[in-house]
Design a protein around this ligand. Structure first.
Ligand SMILES: [Zn+2]
Length: 133
């Protein structure tokens, strides 16, 4: 079974992936303006401050948009077909691209309440995904 392309943590994302490996869901919060952001960056996307902290997020959100994929873009996704690629709007505000799992792909709807879950893809890499709340 082929693995899908996996994230390669670097300076701005290492903390995010380390937390995911521990099944903790964290996002960045700006110490200057208080806003949350995702994806991880070296500066705040609202005020450009570099004074950021990692904050445990609720893991709750709603489906903002999605599509059901029936063709694998890479051999590593073939076993997951069909799968749901979605944009989830987090309770804290930021939106993130992810997968909706743990349900029939055809049952996913916009506005559906979802909660984070963790897919241990390898010993080193865990992907936060979302399932129906
Ligand atoms: Zn800020």
């Amino acid at each position: 079974m082929a693995l899908p392309p996996l994230p390669r943590p670097y300076q701005d994302t290492a903390e995010y992936w380390a937390a995911a490996r521990d099944h903790r869901f964290v996002i960045q919060q700006c110490n200057s303006c208080g806003e949350y952001q995702f994806y991880p960056r070296g500066v705040c996307s609202h005020c450009l401050s570099s004074d950021l902290k990692w904050q445990e997020a609720s893991g709750k959100g709603t489906v903002y948009s999605f599509s059901v994929n029936h063709r694998a873009p890479h051999p590593g996704f073939a076993d997951d077909l069909p799968f749901v690629l979605a944009i989830v709007e987090l309770e804290e505000g930021p939106r993130m691209m992810t997968n909706i799992v743990g349900c029939d792909p055809e049952s996913v709807t916009i506005g559906m309440a979802v909660t984070v879950c963790f897919d241990d893809v390898t010993d080193e890499v865990t992907l936060p995904k979302f399932q129906p709340a």
